[in-house]
Design a protein. Structure first.
Length: 374
């Protein structure tokens, strides 16, 4: 397993710190999404798809300024440099019941020690609970201990918990699997996850019986909407909406998996879902207007994807909401091989966000989304 990368700076658009540093609310209002497990047939299919699916794209890699491109992750963190120690991203439950990535720093140590720390952060009322931002909590049942983490054949993380792992709310079963899978597969060399409890391999989850006969990968999706229409021959895409902190004054980003018709342009389909916006009742915010049109998505040289949009609301604007632009970058990166992204808006090459970043130039998704130094 390769060493975990240290952050060079924090994205001004994707920073979630203690105290929270982001400012501003959604310009487009707030809607919500009721999250529920997918139908049984879809569930089985998503749990069995190969880890090569586009959902399993690994960590986001920032572009260094030495390469001639500007990364949002290059912006200096307010208040100074990042906290010392190993930094990684874990998936925590927010105040709306959704899983969101939060970046944490842990004491320096071996890679497997960092992995144990990252899973310990997922424990409700656990060792890191007091360090989490308001409105966030771990999804694993209180009392859960991570006995061991090892990397086995085919880069599968083998995790063993104590028996307290079994004491979860049955309705949280899928969410627990999503949090564990997305946390661990965010590491560069981990492709899947296998679970053990007190020396015994789990072939299914103990309460709802979710099958665990093969390693879990990101193909299972995350935060699936309850009312997403079930389609035959469909594929999954993951898009990033914004959400607000409990006081309503700070933004962070939440991934949501949607079903789209198979065989089409994956990135255009994902952007269309971003434009469609969140569904009912879970605190997610519109990041694009319903009048936004995706004119084209073009993959160019050096791995740069150019997204051309039209939106009359911003015709003549010199500063575009960073939530809109960051959500586009995160969504495109998630549904490609972590591509660089440049945005054209209303035919203009200069697309400056309210964070003073020019998204008309190639940028990358931040390596650490929603950053939280301990």
């Amino acid at each position: 397993m390769k060493p975990v990368k240290h952050i060079r700076g924090a994205s001004a658009a994707c920073l979630l710190a203690v105290p929270l540093m982001l400012s501003g609310c959604s310009l487009f209002g707030s809607e919500s999404a009721a999250v529920d497990p997918p139908p049984a047939a879809v569930e089985a299919q998503m749990l069995q798809v190969s880890g090569e699916d586009t959902l399993d794209t690994g960590v986001f890699a920032p572009v260094s300024s030495e390469e001639g491109n500007l990364s949002a992750a290059e912006v200096k963190e307010p208040g100074g440099s990042a906290a010392a120690g190993e930094r990684t991203t874990v998936y925590l439950e927010d105040q709306n019941g959704l899983l969101a990535p939060v970046s944490l720093s842990f004491p320096k140590g071996k890679d497997t020690a960092m992995l144990k720390d990252s899973l310990t952060a997922l424990v409700s009322k656990g060792a890191y609970a007091a360090a989490l931002p308001e409105g966030f909590q771990g999804i694993l049942p209180a009392g859960t201990k991570v006995n061991s983490v090892s990397i086995g054949q085919d880069n599968v993380a083998i995790v063993e918990f104590n028996s307290a792992f079994n004491d979860y709310n049955p309705s949280d079963e899928r969410k627990i699997l999503e949090a564990l899978t997305w946390t661990l597969t965010g590491q560069e060399d981990i492709k899947g996850v296998q679970l053990w409890v007190d020396g015994k391999k789990l072939t299914e989850m103990p309460l709802q019986g979710t099958p665990l006969d093969r390693p879990l990968t990101r193909t299972m999706g995350i935060n699936l909407p309850k009312h997403n229409a079930l389609m035959m021959n469909s594929s999954a895409v993951t898009v990033y909406f914004a959400a607000a902190s409990p006081d309503g004054g700070h933004q962070y980003y939440v991934p949501v998996t949607r079903f789209v018709p198979a065989g089409g342009d994956t990135v255009k389909a994902a952007l269309s879902e971003l434009i469609a916006g969140p569904q009912a009742e879970n605190g997610l915010e519109m990041v694009m207007t319903e009048g936004t049109v995706v004119d084209s998505v073009e993959a160019g040289q050096n791995g740069v994807v150019t997204v051309s949009l039209t939106d009359d609301m911003f015709d003549g604007s010199t500063s575009i909401p960073e939530e809109m632009l960051e959500s586009v970058v995160l969504t495109v990166a998630q549904n490609t091989d972590d591509s660089l992204v440049q945005i054209r808006l209303n035919g203009k090459d200069n697309v400056t966000g309210t964070n003073n970043i020019d998204y008309g130039q190639p940028v990358s998704a931040p390596e650490y989304v929603n950053e939280l130094p301990l």
